[in-house]
Design a protein around this ligand. Structure first.
Ligand code: PBG
Length: 321
């Protein structure tokens, strides 16, 4: 076995997987104000930026060869309500950001979540009533939210809410509104995970969140359930599916890719980023090697693309050769 491992050139020749900037989607946190780049303490190196700084960060991503960005807003707490109505404001932070990116970088793919948590004073992805998340009422809002985001110029809607029937309903709403070419990336295998906490800091939903999300996100103990969810979402019209979190769930990525052969994306979530960067900060891991190995492992598992906060950093390393 070691003869093939002997030289750099033999190792390159027999490499089974490869990582390039084409594999990445960069998540961007957008917040209020002007000229702001607020560091997120639990995600060293990631800032929440105001809209006027979007051009810089998206420009950097484009320069690095990254195909798409996904936008997450930190909504003014004063605008968060139990009915999450700011989600339906065509001039909200998300829609403004979409328009800005579409105008400045027309070649850049733009993806947005369909979910209510940034806008909801309860911090949940759906509407909360008597301690229960309402399914169908939530789906109705998600459909409107999707259409508004498509109108602003979003290319792919990524429902991350985990309500039943939302993919089919959103597909229908987009088609009726004339957005047949707007795609759906379903967060199909989205687990009720403890690794989302830094993200909730970043968008300010942590303090708002009442309880947990176990009645709609998947139990980390299950994989058959994730496969059934993927089957259902494909049936309802998902163009791509996602597994989230990433590294602790690579078995799920692998099973989905093998069983369905659908474009399968995985999200290296905020807590995974925090773990690696936290260890790097302490001098316990080598930054460049750790981030590239973590991302390559997604490819080995069968992921077609990776949502990662390290997208620009990793692309720069890879482009350098
Ligand atoms: C919300 C959403 C979450 C993430 C993406 N969309 C958090 C959650 O479900 O609570 C997490 C991403 C990350 O942790 O990086 N619908």
């Amino acid at each position: 076995m070691r003869r093939n491992r002997l030289y750099d050139w033999t190792r390159r020749l027999v490499a089974e997987n490869d990582l390039t900037s084409n594999d990445f989607i960069l998540p961007i946190f957008v917040g209020m104000g002007k000229g702001r780049a607020d560091p997120i303490p639990s995600m060293p190196g990631v800032n929440r930026i105001s809209i006027d700084l979007l051009d810089d960060i998206v420009g950097e991503a484009q320069e690095a060869g990254i195909p798409a960005v996904i936008i997450f807003p930190e909504i003014d707490p004063a605008k968060k309500t139990p009915d999450a109505k700011e989600a339906l404001n065509p001039d909200n932070l998300v829609c403004q950001s979409i328009r800005k990116v579409a105008k400045s970088y027309p070649e850049m793919g733009i993806i947005c979540d369909a979910a209510l948590d940034p806008f909801n004073s309860d911090g949940h992805d759906g509407l909360l009533q008597n301690n229960l998340i309402l399914n169908d009422d939530t789906v109705e809002i998600l459909c409107k939210q999707s259409v508004i985001q498509a109108e602003a110029g979003c290319h792919i809607i990524a429902p991350s809410d985990m309500m039943d029937g939302r993919v089919g309903a959103i597909r229908k709403a987009l088609d009726i509104a004339g957005f047949k070419n707007v795609g759906i990336l379903s967060y199909a295998a989205k687990y009720a995970s403890s690794f989302y906490e830094p993200f909730r800091d970043a968008i300010g939903s942590k303090t708002a969140l009442k309880g947990d999300k176990k009645t709609y996100q998947i139990n980390p103990a299950n994989i058959d359930e994730a496969l059934r969810q993927v089957a259902q979402d494909i049936e309802e019209g998902a163009d791509m599916v996602m597994v989230k979190p990433g590294m602790p769930y690579l078995d799920v990525v692998s099973r989905i890719k093998i069983e369905f052969g659908i474009p399968t994306l995985a999200y290296q979530v905020s807590g995974e980023y925090a773990m690696i960067k936290g260890a790097v900060k302490n001098g316990w891991l080598d930054n460049d090697n750790a981030i590239l190995e973590s991302l390559l492992s997604f490819k080995r598992a069968g992921a077609d693309a990776i949502l990662t906060y390290m997208a620009v950093e990793a692309s720069k390393l890879l482009n350098k050769g």
